[in-house]
Write a protein that binds this ligand. Sequence first.
Ligand SMILES: Cc1cc2nc3c(=O)[nH]c(=O)nc-3n(C[C@H](O)[C@H](O)[C@H](O)COP(=O)(O)OP(=O)(O)OC[C@H]3O[C@@H](n4cnc5c(N)ncnc54)[C@H](O)[C@@H]3O)c2cc1C
Length: 414
Amino acid sequence: MSTSHVIVGDGIAGSSAAETIREEDPDAEITVITDEGEALYNRILIKEYAKGKLPEAPISIHEPEWYEERDIDLELNTYVVNVDSDAHTVETHEGDVYEYDKLLIATGGTPAQLPVENSDADGINHFWTFQDAREIRGNVEDAGKGVIVGAGLLGIDLAAISGAQGLDAYYIMRGNRWWRYGLSLDGAEIMHDALEEIGITPVFEAGVDRFEVDDDGHVEAAVTPDGDRYDCDWAGVAIGLDFNTEWLQGSGVECDDGVVVDEHMWTGVEDIYAAGDITQFHDVILGERTQNGAWGSAKEQGNIAAKNMVDDSREEVFRWVPTYSITHFDFPFLSFGHPTIGDDEAERKYSDTEWRRLAFKDGKLVGGVLIGDLSQQSTYKKLIREEWDVADRKELLLEEDVDLDRLEGAIEAN
Ligand SMILES: Cc1cc2nc3c(=O)[nH]c(=O)nc-3n(C[C@H](O)[C@H](O)[C@H](O)COP(=O)(O)OP(=O)(O)OC[C@H]3O[C@@H](n4cnc5c(N)ncnc54)[C@H](O)[C@@H]3O)c2cc1C
């Protein structure tokens, strides 16, 4: 008898799981359910579309035919509202019920709204879906002045979209710099200069107390708690994600700012796995629970979950060093591993556009940020993957070209 796999979410985690299940089990029944109206597309590229640089076509990854060719049942525009883990069923908003032998939760997150007055006014965008990108593209094209809120990796995408379309904007940040959890002021200043060059003015130590709207309900200003008023007819907000776990209530699946899974992507509830941004997973390199919000790691989690769904022995382990790059400026930027955690750090500025920061935990490298020169990324990722004890070798690690033989010699001589 064939096994029935139901996958909720057709992002990169859900879609790659479907592909892997089909490769591993030609007889399996596979259903992918998504509330979006289109099949998998490249979420990383939607910012290029919103900038006005790309047509729609290259953003799409799978047409519906891709699923048909693999005998995968794709249900678009279908929101899953409930799971009954005893009966092994999920229910959709239209009351349809799907039975599963194995279930994959791959529902990712939804952008959090600023909890302030008028945060849902016309002209204010959050950014997650292709549909959001279409709206942002149009709104930014029509706007005369912008405001961006959220000093993180998605906020800077909104700033870059604004800059690329020639819209001057204020970029309101809570602290004294962009991405203060990952960068020191030295590193962040490189990003601030780059933002200013494209017409984006950073505003530090500020927040949004409320948005003001005109008679038609369209945003016309962001007002800070100090009463400073920033005129705008477009605002982009990226202050983090709320994970899509409501439909799991009562299922027995542990939810804690996401879905808790082990290193096999198993939730601990019989036959239910999870993959992608939504997981709070046991990281075998760090030896602790963590979460990633990156395309490559969501894809790999989908593959690992799929293999474990097909073969119940749960031999496949997720072991991964994530990366996240920013390509908006004329220098590259890469975050690798987990740069926002740790108990020790080291950094160096090499030139006006070259800077590095490394984060350590329990004597090991766990992550970092590279600006300007990415040549050492595979060396650092190897050190993380292989769990080298390098925290007291910071000088060698910060050399422009890290010499692994010297590093190994220095560690052995200790
Ligand atoms: C603008 C932007 C730029 C990014 N840039 C980068 C980058 O440069 N590098 C990088 O590594 N990462 C980047 N990311 C992050 C990356 O895209 C995500 O980490 C990745 O897409 C997560 O994949 P996922 O499959 O876990 O979740 P998602 O892609 O969020 O997919 C989840 C899907 O489930 C659907 N869903 C949710 N609830 C339900 C339900 N109840 N019923 C049915 N369907 C449901 C959602 O609508 C969605 O389609 C970017 C993200 C965005 C938005």
